[in-house]
Design a protein around this ligand. Structure first.
Ligand code: NOJ
Length: 587
């Protein structure tokens, strides 16, 4: 393996280092829902191989593949039973190798999902850990004795022997983050589902095994990793309960723990190379910028990840619980992006995403999925592809796919939706499904997981059989075949966005300067690199909006890209149509 150091990249006029992954567009494939080749209703690896042409035409540079490892699928593969085997449902290792080769033949790189905060409870390590308190792999997980129910004033269901869990942490999927194991009389930590026990990174053997496994995949020829909830791996000493009076919630206790940078530094030294694309999923509400900078800093004290995913923009419309929503407006969204653009202005790098397999569809959430579905999907795409950072396109986004009109709890498949809602219904915390229906329609991860709509044939061309989750009823109108046939489609606009990035350094590396932070419906900004400047203006509204642009920007500007037919000329007063996006080359 040849290691690439950070000094390797050429410097741009603003001091930025050239890197292939800064210039890239990443496309995310959620295999379960992408394409089913063998007619069992579940997507698979051969289905992806068959569709590489779609990705190649779109022009993307990298595929991020969600987990395809052997797994009981309690959390659709984020519960891994064997890190070095492909789940039967998805195919074989030979299929995976063919996918890698096919992508590489098309100059598309592949990054794999790395899920090492937890394993499945069906992983051999955990199965061994269950055998006794002295088992070889017992210390691979986080075990503690429970507390005496009589001594704590929490309202848990009291467990065996009058015990309650070791602390009051809540699982991200609702309920206590601990499960009792009767045979050995201790509790194990699971920050997600009870079938996802947390690994104990304090144990150096765990780290050795994880790093060895990563190197094994690297040897197979992959190009990087997307790291699942990687800032959870270091737990605080003593595992203290939350402190509601001080405003300290579970999420504050378990993120960015005391040894997280040490662990990631070890990973950098033993596994990673700056030539890879590494993106850390960093949960936090909010993620402290000083930690964020360290995660992606290439300097000697940095953890050296290429970039990270933070959650600030996708938390704006969320309440505390999945059945709660909050009001947001465009100024909030701009403020989040402006802050993160500034955070990595001198060092570090942003990822840019508005949806993924854990988030509702962006056009339903930030755009208008009715009358202006196409225009707003294109506008949001323009935003993602013209901010400073690496854009991530989630499957179906390039088709303008929308949220699903869920009607009952039976329509959902996601453990992250079903667990908390069922518990809340059982406990009477929520009255009925109807009382939470609208919020679940807005928030559920299943919105993103409905099958990709390839055509207007039965099951949207995703599968010959009934899919594992329903197809969105709008597939007759919204599908890849229709999009490809229409030059004005979201798909063809995305192709232009990708090409625009590939052809213009200013799109990738230019400095970002916001122009309208306080405007209720307009988002305008410039990107500058040497003597090149782009001027972007986006109208986030169902109404026309007028913008008095700075004279020096519009003087000799020419329209480089837009989601409506060009109007005549450019003057200082820009009349923007509903959800209109324009990208000008300014002088
Ligand atoms: C984040 C993943 O993106 C999500 O799908 C999963 O449920 C959790 N991490 C747990 O692995």
């Amino acid at each position: 393996m040849t290691f690439e150091t950070d000094a390797a990249g050429e410097r741009l006029p603003n001091g930025e280092r050239r890197r292939w992954w800064k210039e890239a567009v990443v496309y995310q494939v959620y295999p379960r829902s992408f394409a089913d080749s063998d007619g069992d209703g579940v997507g698979d690896i051969r289905g992806i191989v068959d569709r590489v042409g779609h990705l190649d035409d779109l022009g993307v540079d990298v595929v991020w593949l969600n987990p395809v490892y052997e797994s009981p699928q309690a959390d659709n593969g984020y519960d891994i039973a064997d890190y070095r085997a492909i789940d039967e449902q998805y195919g074989t290792m030979a299929d995976w190798e063919e996918l890698l080769d096919t992508l590489h033949d098309h100059d598309i790189r592949l990054i794999m999902d790395l899920v090492v905060n937890h394993t499945s409870d069906e992983h051999d390590w955990f199965q061994n850990a269950l055998t006794s308190r002295d088992a070889d792999y017992r210390d691979y997980y986080v075990w503690r004795e429970g507390r005496d129910a009589a001594e704590v004033d929490e309202t848990y269901d009291v467990g065996p022997d009058g015990e309650v869990p070791p602390n009051d942490w809540e699982s991200f999927f609702g309920g206590p983050a601990w499960a009792y194991h009767e045979a050995t009389g201790e509790w194990y930590l699971h920050l997600f589902d009870r079938k996802q026990p947390d690994l104990n990174w304090e144990n150096p053997d765990v780290r050795d095994d994880v790093f060895e496994m990563m190197n094994w995949w690297i040897e197979k020829g992959i190009d990087g990793f997307r790291m699942d909830v990687i800032n959870l791996v270091s737990k605080p000493e003593g595992l203290p309960s939350t402190d509601p009076e001080a405003g300290i919630r579970t999420i504050d206790r378990v993120t960015n723990g005391p040894r997280v940078h040490e662990f990631l530094g070890e990973m950098r030294d033993r596994v990673l190379d700056r030539g890879f694309l590494t993106v850390g999923e960093m949960i936090g509400d909010p993620l402290p910028v000083e930690h964020a900078r360290r995660y992606v800093s290439p300097g000697p004290d940095g953890d050296g990840l290429s970039m990270l995913f933070h959650f600030e923009h996708v938390l704006l419309d969320r309440g505390e619980r999945i059945w709660e929503t909050a009001d947001w407006d465009l100024t909030d969204l701009k403020a989040v992006f402006d802050r993160w653009q500034a955070a990595f202005a001198d060092e570090g790098w942003n990822s840019l995403y508005l949806n993924n397999h854990d988030q509702p569809r962006m056009v339903s959430r930030f755009g208008n999925d009715g009358e202006y579905r196409r225009e707003s999907a294109k506008l949001l795409g323009t935003l993602l592809h013209t901010l400073r950072g690496t854009p991530y396109v989630y499957q179906g986004e390039e088709l303008g796919m929308t949220n699903y009109p869920f009607e009952s709890l039976d329509d959902f498949r996601d453990v992250g939706t079903l667990n908390p809602v069922r518990t809340a219904l059982d406990r009477g915390v929520v009255e009925s499904f109807d009382a939470v229906k609208e919020a679940l329609r807005a928030n559920s991860r299943d919105n993103a997981r409905t099958p990709v709509q390839w055509s207007d044939e039965e099951h949207a061309g995703f599968s010959d059989a009934e899919p594992w989750i329903s197809v969105n009823p709008n597939y007759g109108e919204v599908n890849a075949e229709a999009e490809r046939a229409d030059e004005d489609s979201v798909y063809h606009y995305y192709r232009r966005l990708v090409e625009f990035r590939h052809e213009n350094d200013v799109v990738v590396y230019g400095d970002y300067d916001p122009l309208t932070p306080d405007h209720e419906s307009l988002w305008a900004y410039t990107r500058t690199l040497g003597d090149e400047r782009l001027f972007v203006v986006l109208n986030f509204a169902d109404e026309a909006t007028t913008y008095d642009a700075p004279a020096e920007l519009v003087g000799d500007a020419t329209l480089a890209l837009g989601n409506y037919d060009a109007d005549d000329g450019v003057d200082e007063t820009l009349d923007l149509r509903p959800w209109e996006a324009r990208v000008y080359r300014a002088r």
